[in-house]
Write a protein that binds this ligand. Structure first.
Ligand SMILES: Cc1cc2nc3c(=O)[nH]c(=O)nc-3n(C[C@H](O)[C@H](O)[C@H](O)COP(=O)(O)OP(=O)(O)OC[C@H]3O[C@@H](n4cnc5c(N)ncnc54)[C@H](O)[C@@H]3O)c2cc1C
Length: 337
């Protein structure tokens, strides 16, 4: 194992802040990862990263960054209608989506083009266009730092919620995800409940709806709405969409009858954080080198040379402005380091 010092993190996260890690290494197997962490005996603070697409580094990292590069793609069960796959945490999520849809397997096509790794997918239960990774996850295999053994969490034990899981809460800093096991369908039933997907599909009604076609539609929609981190530094949706008690949502809808809103069970309503930010006047506006993306106010973008600290400062200003206008505190989705 090689540990590098004072390593620039620029290539290892998508926001593009010029920050260094005091120590940096990569792990290609669970064994290697266990060795790195157990031998980290001067008790440096450490952090696992995948693609760095859901982190904002606000300053240099004074500990050890371990980039997860554990690969693997294995069919562990298959019958006429389903296939069960075990996938290494260091695999690129989007590549795995494309690999499965090209085989005609259905289940994660709506999650195409989400940046980052397979191992990070259960951490915040990634989701898009009406699908969350929890819908297909059977198990998550983790390295438990307390005894350096591998443990398996069934989907139920993962306590998945909206952009949430046990790994963001009581297991934060105590485990690394090593692999996930997902079950996909060979028989198709598509979740095209999002209007935008239907709009595109219905333009060619004679064409068969396949997992590959749905993934390509999603890729087209996302490319038209979201900045490509390779061109414009960003970390995706900066805030979570607030889930509000119906009484609170109703009072907003009374004042703004056209506000987008989605029921969550019988008692709650989700109002898009992007709409709240836009309504406070922040859409497409900048402060210093950071701004909100003109096509989607929920994404904070690096206009060039921005520091993570600047982004965090803008995020806090936006949070306060939304609170002042709506009395709603929007919470960051991104991991602030
Ligand atoms: C343009 C853009 C669009 C996005 N769109 C979406 C979207 O539609 N839906 C969505 O849900 N997210 C979206 N995201 C957020 C992000 O892509 C996901 O959260 C993704 O899962 C992060 O993967 P990563 O490997 O980059 O994680 P990182 O950013 O490297 O890590 C994120 C967190 O997970 C932890 N972590 C990473 N790997 C492991 C591991 N193996 N074990 C334990 N902990 C780990 C890290 O310590 C950190 O706390 C988007 C981001 C961008 C930049």
């Amino acid at each position: 194992m090689m540990i590098e010092t004072n390593k620039s993190l620029l290539p290892y996260h998508t926001f593009g802040a010029k920050v260094n890690a005091k120590y940096f290494t990569t792990a290609k197997s669970s064994h290697e990862l266990a060795e790195i962490i157990s031998e980290n005996n001067n008790n440096n603070e450490f952090m696992i990263i995948g693609g760095g697409s859901n982190v904002l580094f606000t300053k240099d990292y004074e500990g050890l960054i371990i980039k997860n590069e554990i690969k693997g793609f294995e069919i562990i069960d298959e019958d006429d209608s389903t296939v069960t796959l075990k996938i290494g945490a260091g695999e690129n999520w989007h590549n795995i989506v494309m690999k499965t849809v090209e085989k005609g397997w259905q289940g994660i096509e709506n999650l195409a083009l989400i940046p980052g790794t397979v191992g990070a997918s259960p951490i915040q239960n990634i989701g898009a266009y009406g699908v969350e990774v929890k819908d297909v996850i059977q198990e998550v295999e983790v390295l438990d730092y307390s005894d350096f053994t591998l443990k398996t969490y069934s989907a139920k034990k993962c306590q998945f919620g909206y952009r949430n899981s046990i790994f963001k809460n009581e297991l934060k800093g105590k485990i690394s995800v090593i692999s996930i096991t997902i079950k996909l369908n060979k028989d198709w039933s598509f979740n095209t409940s999002y209007g935008a997907i239907n709009d595109v599909l219905s333009k060619k009604p004679d064409l068969e709806v396949t997992p590959l076609r749905v993934a390509n539609v999603i890729i087209g929609i996302r490319n038209s709405k979201l900045p490509d981190p390779k061109e414009i530094g960003n970390c995706g949706s900066f805030f979570k969409n607030p889930v509000l008690a119906n009484t609170i949502a109703d009072s907003i809808l009374k004042e703004y009858p056209n506000a987008p809103h989605y029921p969550v069970g019988d008692d709650f309503t989700k109002i898009p954080a992007g709409w709240l930010i836009e309504t406070t006047g922040w859409k497409g506006k900048s402060k210093g080198n950071v701004g909100t993306y003109p096509k989607q106010a929920l994404v904070l973008v690096n206009n060039g040379g921005a520091t993570g600290e600047e982004a965090w400062d803008l995020a806090m200003t936006i949070q306060q402005d939304v609170y002042n206008k709506f009395s709603i505190k929007i919470e960051p989705e991104v991991n602030i380091v």
